[in-house]
Design a protein around this ligand. Structure first.
Ligand SMILES: Nc1ncnc2c1ncn2[C@@H]1O[C@H](COP(=O)(O)OP(=O)(O)OP(=O)(O)O)[C@@H](O)[C@H]1O
Ligand SMILES: [Mg+2]
Length: 221
């Protein structure tokens, strides 16, 4: 199994827990769609898997490694090499070109030449070979998200965490982005994807909903 969350609880400060009794096993190459109304803890759930947030109680294991036991450096390495993040608002750096944006996360850790080659390949994969030296401001929303996906892949992650990746996109760009995710999934990537669009759940093999302070998996059948 890829990810195992056991009896996890998430609370912020002294507030009551946002999520409790969270149990979830994610298998390699699962694609889990996370649905649930605003404020029910979807992003918080992704963040404990991504190592951006520690659960207040309980365990998160990824490939048998307990995330709580990692040192700061190990956690950074985990985030850099195992996890890719894709956000609703793209989070590209406006002052850097498309190619530079894709290379940036790994730039301190690998040779410029190797990263440039990888980034060009990834941008080709998302259909943006003709936009390498453009700035984000010169791209459509759909193109920006494709750059963000390429950037998320530069560390060759095994898990892609997508937080409403099509929330700002029109139908056509949504389809393009989902098709790209489908290809990546076929290539073996494990995907967790938050969405408010129930129809996108058909891309995945499992559905988890948040609400009433916990998560529930919907029956497959
Ligand atoms: N860093 C934080 N500090 C304090 N409270 C937080 C923090 N992050 C989230 N919360 C609170 O935790 C609750 C769950 O937030 P979360 O972002 O996980 O929900 P969500 O399901 O992703 O919502 P949305 O669909 O609006 O993105 C909310 O009430 C939110 O205000
Ligand atoms: Mg959210």
């Amino acid at each position: 199994m890829m990810i195992q969350i056991a009896e996890a609880r998430i609370s912020y400060g002294d507030s009551p827990a946002i999520l409790k009794d969270v149990n979830l096993t994610v298998n390699k190459n699962d694609w889990i769609t996370i649905l649930g109304v605003s404020g029910t803890g979807k992003t918080s759930l992704l963040n404990i898997i991504g190592g951006l947030l520690r659960p207040t109680a309980g365990e998160v294991e990824v490939e048998g490694r307990n995330l709580q036991a990692l040192t700061r450096e190990e956690m950074q390495e985990y985030r850099r090499n195992k996890i890719g993040f894709v956000y609703q608002d793209f989070k590209l750096f406006d002052q850097y070109t498309v190619l530079e944006n894709v290379m940036l996360p790994q730039l301190p850790y690998d040779s410029h030449k190797k990263l440039e080659k990888q980034a060009i390949q990834l941008l080709e994969q998302v259909g943006l070979s003709h936009r390498l030296s453009h700035l984000p401001a010169e791209l459509s929303g759909g193109e920006k998200q494709r750059v963000a996906i390429a950037r998320a892949l530069i560390g060759c992650p095994e898990i892609l965490l997508c937080d409403e990746p099509t929330g700002n996109l029109d139908n056509e760009s949504t389809k393009t982005v989902m098709r790209i995710l489908q290809e990546l999934h076929k290539g073996g990537l494990t995907i967790l994807l938050i969405t408010h669009d129930n129809s996108l759940a058909s891309y995945g093999n499992r559905i988890v909903t948040t609400g009433d302070g916990t998560i529930v998996e919907l029956d497959g059948e």
